[in-house]
Design a protein around this ligand. Structure first.
Ligand code: KG4
Ligand code: ZN
Length: 346
């Protein structure tokens, strides 16, 4: 069989998207199906693990079936089953892991365990023709904000991560303070487009000169001040604010988060002498972040190349899982049927 003909079925259930995809040779997307649970979690302003788990159970079989049908493949055409088993909500991950183990057993195909964060990196490089290494890789999602020294798809080395809130979590919480619709990231981006990013000076937490870790809990609290007053005891004034005022807060918040992400990425680039910068994860869909990183790359001497995940593969999906699995398949890195979900990344 030709290398490119190796079809891998990928499964993703780490948070609130039930996803399956068939990818050939790590690059050719034969199908990509995502069932989003956003509507179910909307009224709670965040993901409710129990609701997520139940919705995955309901959707996992139809989503896998649709991915196989869209790709026009049967089980005989699949070489391996890959699943994100960490990190994420354990009660959500367990649904994908159980489905993948069942198919692996029933179809007698190898099982491949995938780290969800490493898969987000894969979204950024999958369509690249040439990749100059090493790369500094930034993953910004709802659950994680991490910088990696990336020299191969199989062993990205963690350089730093958030010590409290993730960037996406900060977007979601600030959107909720500003009473903007869930999920918060896209709402903040849309609202910020009409605002003045210099209107409010929010703190940029850099955590010391050389730190590659992140902290976003301070900025979230800082957004509460203009909304509740300095003593934080007042009622949320958002209802009486003009659209302009809300847009100004959103734009000022967004630029502060982007500033920190860009500066830390630049530190990582210098530290490892990176030739390329990779950007992935849900917050990578943010246009302000994408263009600020592009500007940073263009302005460095020598200029660096930025590879960003296509927008449809920034948020959780199974294409990135199936694509990364191809490299594990070639390296013979298989899991067995004792595979378990893990809340944190190892
Ligand atoms: O990667 P992802 O789908 O799930 C996790 O692995 O966490 O990321 C979801 C996060 C949410 O916090 C969402 O608000 C954020 O990505 N997000 C955005 C944008 N689109 C999604 N944040 C900022 N701007 C966006 N356009
Ligand atoms: Zn994710």
């Amino acid at each position: 069989m030709q290398e490119d003909g190796i079809n891998i079925l990928g499964i993703e259930t780490s948070c609130d998207e039930t996803a399956a995809a068939v990818v050939a040779g790590g690059k050719v997307v034969k199908s990509a199906v995502v069932a989003s649970q956003a509507k179910l979690h909307e009224k709670y302003g965040g993901v409710v693990p129990e609701i997520a788990s139940r919705a995955h159970v309901e959707k996992i079989y139809p989503v896998i079936k649709e991915a196989m049908e869209q790709a026009g493949v049967g089980n005989d055409d699949i070489e391996a089953i890959a699943v994100a088993n960490q990190p994420g909500l354990t009660v959500a991950l367990v649904v994908g892991v159980t489905a993948a183990k069942t198919l692996s057993f029933a179809w007698d195909k190898p099982l491949i365990a995938i780290n969800h964060l490493h898969a987000h990196l894969q979204s950024a490089i999958m369509s690249a023709d040439d990749l100059e290494l090493p790369a500094a890789a930034l993953i910004v999602s709802g659950g994680h904000t991490s910088l990696y020294d990336y020299r191969s798809p199989l062993e990205p080395r963690l350089l730093g991560s958030t010590i409290d809130d993730a960037a996406g979590e900060a977007f979601d919480k600030v959107a909720s303070i500003l009473k903007l619709p869930y999920p918060g990231g896209p709402s903040i981006e849309k609202t910020a487009a009409d605002g003045n990013p210099s209107a409010v000076s929010f703190p940029r937490s850099m955590l010391g000169r050389d730190s590659l870790d992140f902290s976003f809990s301070g900025i979230k609290t800082a957004v509460l001040y203009p909304c509740r007053g300095q003593n934080m005891k007042g009622r949320n004034k958002v209802d009486s604010m003009s659209r302009r005022e809300i847009a100004d807060i959103a734009a000022s918040f967004q630029v502060a988060v982007v500033d920190v992400l860009v500066k830390k990425t630049q530190r990582a680039v210098r530290k490892i002498d990176a030739k390329t910068i990779l950007l992935g994860g849900g917050v990578a869909a943010n246009s302000a972040l994408r263009s600020a990183l592009q500007q940073m790359c263009d302005g460095m001497t020598p200029a660096r190349k930025l590879l960003v995940a296509p927008k449809q593969y920034c948020t959780d999906n199974a294409v990135m899982v199936a694509s990364l699995a191809y490299y594990k398949f070639k390296a013979g890195l298989f899991a067995d049927l004792t595979l378990e979900p893990k809340a944190s990344s190892s």
